[in-house]
Design a protein around this ligand. Sequence first.
Ligand code: ACO
Length: 362
Amino acid sequence: MSDFTPGLEGVIAFETEIAEPDRAGDALRYRGVDIEDLIDSVTYGHVWGLLVDGKFGPGLPPAEPFPVPVHTGDIRVDVQSAVAMLAPYWGLGQLHDISDEQARADLARVSVTALSYVAQSARGVGLPAVPQKEIDKSSTIAERFMRRWRGNPDPRHVQAVDAYFISAAEHGMNASTFTSRVVASTGADVAACISAGIGALSGPLHGGAPSRVLHSLNEVEQADDADAYVRGVLDRGERLMGFGHRVYRAEDPRARLLRRTARQLDAPRYEAAIELERAALAALAERKPDRVLSTNVEFWSAVVLDFAEVPADMFTAMFTCARVAGWSAHILEQKRLGRIVRPSAAYIGPPPRKPETVEGWS
Ligand code: ACO
């Protein structure tokens, strides 16, 4: 029996050829390719192929209509529930029983249809769907996504969404990827694996936080004094949203790339974000000199998504659309491994006893 490691921190449970953040080296590579060389050079569809197949192309098939629309008012919940229903409606086989080729085809089908579902839901229940022939004019996944949502999107918004999707497509053994792999390890169907990943992503400690960065930017813009805002937050013992990271001990490379995208696109929040970042990094360096606290991906994601007019309550659903690529790659890798994930727990409950000693026995 190995030592107890709370939260599995630092425990290596899998070998992977897909990605793992380079914590000291300030880089994130997808199958060895630095994401810095991907954004602005290839599209999210290419990145899906790189992560899942290890090569660019053949890309993703066209999206299919969802058999059962779900409308709870929370798009992340809707897509999680709707994805789970795909297995019986489409007759998807369980990973245990199907070939790798079939699993790859199922992952592509579920991924692209999940994206189209989010876009359609974002369009609103009352609005008619954009005709398929309009969507078919688009050559990239991000453009199809935005066309399905907006009809005739601003190309700069499409560029912003594509950069965001690429930067958030994969990040090693994070909680939602681990969850997807655990479900895949049981031999379940790919819809069950992806739906589980969406659930894990929804918590504020994982994918549910970037909207809070917008709140900070609003405050800075209103007060026009980033230093005073930062001082106020830290003096109250609170954390600055969008700073610090569990893995990186250098700048989060995704933050650097999305900052570049925000500058290129002249995002309206860019100046306020730069000002808040300057004030925050100076104050954190002064107050926490022993700890490298840099800007994380959430900070610049918020600025880039805000530029693309994505409402804050859709940020987690957007993260789902991006991360479905990484989950797909890991689900397939786990299928090939073919070993169920079954860790142990250290039992610290009551010693062996009779049922009549348990409260409520009568
Ligand atoms: N603002 C102020 N102080 C901070 C911040 C921050 N954003 N982040 C860390 N610190 C301080 C802590 O107070 C702590 O100080 P102490 O040792 O005096 O108590 C020290 O730095 C270390 O903090 P930990 O919580 O141990 O760092 P950890 O690596 O576990 O946490 C986390 C990482 C959760 C991201 C943290 O930096 C944080 O809360 N940031 C703000 C929220 C945020 O931006 N979340 C998105 C993360 S990106 C992602 O998950 C995709």
